[in-house]
Design a protein around this ligand. Structure first.
Ligand SMILES: Nc1ncnc2c1ncn2[C@@H]1O[C@H](COP(=O)(O)OP(=O)(O)OP(=O)(O)O)[C@@H](O)[C@H]1O
Ligand SMILES: [Mg+2]
Length: 220
């Protein structure tokens, strides 16, 4: 993977935000199966504010940009997701502080910091049937693929495939965190909304990355 810079970070954040807004109803439907059905609404309200303010955010570095995104998410995303996603962005920002360009190891460190922040904030561990059950395996796959010297396009696709597989696998788990936990064993048989959101976002980022970077390299 080549070094990434602010335009790559912007591409990822914009793709995330557009995907979340486009999937508002779908994500809420998934949450409604075992919880209160506000997940898509909460996320979409916050990320539509990210899109609205996008062009005005401080762009002195990837870290300052991500900090601003974190602030908007923390203040505008409601429910349990606001503090979790806000913390994830804030930790990712801190992990690349003072860097203008990001090496593959920096990207992995940012994703690990984001997952660590979510764990600290929400107290969930792997297997509790939350978005971490897709985010952590996808990060592992990205790291493995990058270490195997795959192209960045291939590595991100691999991570998205793993996020999808892992999200589907949450169907067999019992929810231990969030509102879904109140349903106990009745949560078995349906996928976790947050984990599916991670898969949908990862697939969209993979497609956007391929469109941007592969197209640029192909001979005319
Ligand atoms: N403590 C937690 N740690 C990590 N992820 C969590 C936690 N609680 C919920 N989630 C994730 O957030 C998703 C639901 O988000 P949402 O904001 O709707 O929270 P909720 O649990 O339904 O509670 P509320 O609706 O009261 O905010 C779940 O599908 C799960 O992936
Ligand atoms: Mg909810």
């Amino acid at each position: 993977m080549e070094r990434s810079s602010l335009p790559d970070v912007e591409l990822v954040v914009r793709t995330m935000a557009e995907t979340i807004v486009a999937n508002e109803a779908y994500f809420s439907q998934l949450d409604a199966v075992v919880a209160d059905g506000d997940f898509g609404y909460s996320l979409a309200r916050g990320f539509s504010e990210v899109l609205a303010g996008f062009d005005q955010f401080d762009r002195s570095s990837p870290s300052t940009f991500l900090k601003k995104v974190a602030l908007v998410i923390s203040s505008k995303v409601g429910g349990a997701s606001g503090p979790l996603w806000g913390t994830a962005f804030l930790r990712a920002a801190a992990a690349c502080d003072k860097k203008q360009t990001l090496a593959p190891e920096d990207v992995i460190a940012m994703l690990r910091a984001a997952a660590g922040g979510i764990q600290q904030r929400g107290g969930a561990v792997l297997g509790d049937k939350t978005l971490l059950d897709a985010l952590i395996p996808a990060t592992d796959a990205l790291q493995d693929s990058l270490q195997a010297a795959d192209s960045d396009v291939a590595a991100i696709q691999r991570a998205a495939e793993e996020a999808r597989r892992a999200a589907e696998a949450t169907s067999a788990m019992i929810a231990k965190k969030g509102r879904a936990a109140y349903t106990g064993e009745r949560s078995i048989g349906s996928v976790d909304a947050g984990a599916v959101a991670i898969a949908v976002i990862a697939e969209a980022v993979s497609a956007a990355w391929r469109g941007h970077h592969q197209a640029a390299k192909e001979p005319a």
